[in-house]
Ligand binder design. Structure first.
Ligand code: TRP
Ligand code: ZN
Length: 847
């Protein structure tokens, strides 16, 4: 049994303990002889002392064959080996350390280090996978150049940098171990070129399994656009003669930015109209951009230690969001990003897993690749840019690139560049990195004798290990409208930096406040705004985000009242929704978002914040009732509206068409509530692309069509990525009282393979994220199902298991019975023999 005390102190790593290593490695020479069970890794490390102390190398599951220092076998009394360390007791000032180890990629189902996937060899080293390949200083502040030679009887042998001879690679850019990569297999490439702004030609390749080469076009296009964008907007050019992307089916996350050799989960790179939805295309575009942008924010300038993870991730998410805003509709993108932030990050921030954007301690770093580090980390960059302005932001970035190129940096290094170019003290701003929890901004307004007065207060909630927090710097973008919806005060940014503040404006008439335009800060607004004002904002706000937000708030308050008071849906609201649905001057993508009702988890979170215990069944029922009411109100318009969204000609993933398909899908959902799936059946049969097909499939599942799943399966059985969607959809769209049964049934399907992370997520995540009322079934079967599968997967893949365990993190929101049932499962996991990854998560959730 594992030690059940919360994260036993000896395992915890603290930011405050950071110290540079006494001996560093400046060059790595590797020779890898690939074999499924007995890969031999010969490594020659060029080492140099930079301070006093012993050299402690990291290694895990390595079979040490030999060890030599400066060409001589190392005497046994000069080193100590444990399961995870190799200590050199008397390392000289400069020396070569040579090791030979044997490893077994075929049996590696953690997909961390060197592993095999469908006969192909592949590595994943972030965060600490390199130590599973060979003995090395496996920390990000040790940056070395690499020479890699790969020996294998396979046609394609890839590593970082430039290829100097077949199977031989040289990476001239010093990099930390986590950016190392090696790929070998029977792969085929789609190739293209890109000429950099300084006139160098770069070869671009996307490597896939034979048969998948017809699905790389969109990723290649996204890559070239990303390269051009980073030159134009950040002045950053690519720095090697080749850029390789590899698609792999077994992958724990989306993709990885290894220097010159990005590795992608095949779900985030392969797309064809027949197999990918618009949502997939958009992910691919943003993930390709994200990984590419890491070349400067992450690779050329990396993190000093893992506590600084947001230095590369928050910044790179911000950059990929900017890219998508430029490539597509920025308002639609902002709304989607805020939706994601609220469902994932606000949820995390409100529960037992809350942590600062820069955490101060961890047991397992893989558990901190979180929405807080990524998405709130990006929001913090966005706020910085809002506060200092785009020009100062650009100047600060250029200073950062000039000053820190080739270094391993901290958040302080980053912020110092902006303090320097603006002369501004960013000390208080830095609290965004250290104080966890979503600030609450409370507004109270008053209009009297020509004076509009707004009282503003901020509260930063307590989070695990943090109480009594200091006020933050919160940029509040605001504007005013008059009663007819005309803007009487254009957007300005008010910097809230005290606990309370007051805004006063002299005006002839009472205005309508449009607060937090563009969602200028990741906060919860507590504002009892009159409904009439919200309707004006919904109809007229010049800020599209706040138009959407007004509609969202109106919808939410109705569904909440339906849950708490059994209230019905009023004509005023339904009319406003119908007006928006029929407003053909508005962008279809925007209308689709505006018609989307708040998710069940979002509603549960809101109820919880109001001090009401959320009842998952009541939420599900009320949300459905709201959809039925909207559908009824729109009944006569639906066919016409859907017709207007019809696209002539072949499928094109461009944003404009995707928006039409999104609105069409949203309308079909309403239609299905009126006709039991008749229109959805017709749409399914007529679909000539996966976006329309999936939309109709989901509707038919909701309508309880018994035959559609079988039909879909017969058509798409051969395609693993499409089948992932098939698995997910059936669980997510099952009636709540059937969802656990459906999920359980699917885990017995011949094509369910627990070890494939995409497949595991499609079924288990289909329940926990896709079907909240099903997961929270009162008998606790959903909780037992999740715990059973976490226990099964943990032995082979702790990273994915620990990530999936976060489905339990909202457990304290629920009623005593559900809390008891979840606690029982958490305790069952805590008492089982589990990985450090899962153990840390369970301990934190139970703490
Ligand atoms: N650094 C990667 C990114 O954000 C993500 C990543 C971190 C990752 N750890 C991983 C990917 C482990 C796969 C496996 O782009
Ligand atoms: Zn990243």
């Amino acid at each position: 049994m594992r030690d059940a005390t919360p994260s036993s102190p000896d395992q915890t790593i603290h930011l405050s303990d950071y110290a540079p290593v006494p001996v560093t490695v400046t060059h790595v020479d590797m020779h890898v002889r690939l074999d499924p069970r007995a890969t031999e890794v010969m490594a020659r490390l060029t080492c140099r002392r930079q301070g006093p102390g012993e050299m402690v190398l990291n290694g895990e599951q390595l079979d040490l064959v030999s060890l030599a220092l400066d060409g001589e076998p190392l005497a046994e009394d000069r080193y100590t080996v444990t399961d995870t360390t190799l200590t050199l007791h008397d390392a000289p000032d400069a020396f070569l350390l040579e090791t030979v180890v044997r490893i077994s990629p075929e049996t590696n189902k953690a997909f961390d280090g060197l592993y095999m996937s469908n006969g192909m060899y592949c590595t994943q080293c972030e965060a600490e996978g390199f130590r599973r390949i060979t003995w090395m200083l496996d920390c990000p502040d040790v940056m070395a150049t690499y020479d890699v030679e790969i020996e294998a009887d396979l046609p394609v042998l890839l590593s970082n940098g430039d290829e100097v001879a077949p199977g031989k690679w040289h990476d001239p850019w010093p990099k930390p171990t986590y950016l190392f990569a090696l790929v070998a297999g029977n792969l085929v490439a789609t190739s293209d070129t890109f000429t950099t702004m300084d006139g160098r030609e770069v070869a671009l390749n996307i490597w896939v399994r034979p048969g998948d080469e017809g699905r790389t076009g969109y990723a290649m296009d996204a890559l070239k656009r990303s390269m051009a964008w980073d030159e134009e907007v950040y002045g950053r050019a690519y720095d090697l003669s080749v850029f390789n992307i590899v698609a792999v089916d077994d992958f724990n996350m989306g993709a990885m930015e290894n220097k010159g050799l990005n590795v992608f989960n095949s779900a985030y790179v392969l797309a064809s109209p027949d197999t990918a939805t618009d949502a997939t295309y958009e992910w691919i575009e943003s993930v390709v951009a994200h990984e590419y942008f890491h070349n400067w924010t992450g690779n050329r300038i990396t993190c000093r230690d893992w506590f600084q993870l947001c230095l590369k991730e928050g910044l790179t998410v911000f950059r990929d969001q900017q890219f998508t805003c430029d490539a597509r509709d920025p308002a639609v993108k902002r709304i989607s990003d805020v939706l994601k932030l609220r469902t994932r990050q606000f949820r995390e921030d409100a529960g037992p897993l809350a942590h600062p954007v820069r955490p101060e301690s961890f047991v397992e770093i893989n558990n901190f690749y979180t929405s807080t580090v990524y998405d709130k980390g990006a929001e913090v960059i966005g706020m910085l840019r809002t506060l200092i302005g785009p020009d100062a932001y650009d100047a600060g970035c250029q200073l950062y690139f000039d000053r820190h190129d080739g270094q391993a940096c901290t958040i302080e290094d980053w912020l110092a560049c902006f303090a320097e170019v603006t002369g501004r003290d960013l000390t208080q701003f830095q609290l965004w990195y250290s104080q966890a929890g979503t600030p609450r901004v409370t507004l109270r307004e008053d209009f009297n004798n020509g004076l509009y007065r707004l009282d503003i207060r901020q509260d930063v909630p307590d989070t695990p290990g943090q109480t009594d927090k200091a006020p933050m710097v919160i940029p509040l973008a605001w504007g005013l409208l008059d009663a007819r919806g005309k803007e009487v005060r254009a957007t300005e940014v008010f910097e809230l930096s005290e606990a309370t503040a007051t805004l006063e404006v002299a005006l002839p008439d009472r205005p309508v406040l449009s607060m937090l335009r563009g969602f200028s800060a990741p906060v919860v607004l507590d504002f009892d705004q009159p409904e009439a004002d919200r309707l004006i904002l919904l109809a007229h706000d010049s800020d599209p985000f706040n138009r959407w937000e007004a509609g969202r708030t109106l919808a939410k308050s109705r569904i909440i009242r339906a849950v708490t008071e059994g209230a019905g849906f009023d004509a005023a609201w339904l009319d406003a929704v119908a007006t928006l649905a029929c407003d053909d001057t508005a962008d279809p993508a925007f209308r689709a978002l505006a018609l989307g009702l708040p998710s069940e988890d979002d509603l549960a979170q809101t109820l919880h914040q109001m001090g009401v215990v959320p009842d998952p069944d009541a939420i599900h029922a009320a949300r459905k009732a709201a959809a039925v009411a909207v559908a009824g109100r729109l009944a006569h318009d639906l066919p016409v509206l859907r017709d207007a969204m019809h696209i002539l000609g072949p499928f094109d993933p461009k944003a404009e068409d995707a928006g039409k398909r999104a609105l069409s899908a949203q309308l079909l959902k309403f239609q299905t509530l009126l006709d039991d799936g008749a229109a959805a059946r017709a749409a399914y049969d007529a679909a000539d692309n996966m976006t329309d097909r999936m939309a109709a499939f989901a509707c038919l599942l909701e309508a309880g069509d018994p035959s559609v799943a079988g039909q879909f399966e017969a058509d798409w059985q051969h395609d693993r990525l499409v089948m992932d969607k098939w698995f997910t959809a059936q669980v997510a769209h099952a009636a709540p009282d059937r969802a656990v049964g459906v999920a359980t049934g699917l885990t017995r399907h011949a094509d369910f393979d627990m070890t494939n992370p995409n497949r595991f997520r499609s079924v288990i995540g289909g329940l926990t994220s896709g079907n909240p009322a099903g997961f929270h079934t009162a008998d606790g079967s959903g909780y037992r199902f999740l715990a059973d599968w976490l226990l099964k997967l943990d032995a082979s893949n702790p990273q994915t298991t620990a990530r999936m365990s976060t489905a339990f993190d909202t457990w304290r929101r629920y009623d005593a019975d559900r809390q008891g049932l979840i606690r029982a499962q958490l305790e069952r996991l805590q008492h089982a023999e589990t990985s450090r990854d899962l153990g840390e998560m369970i301990d934190r959730m139970l703490a």
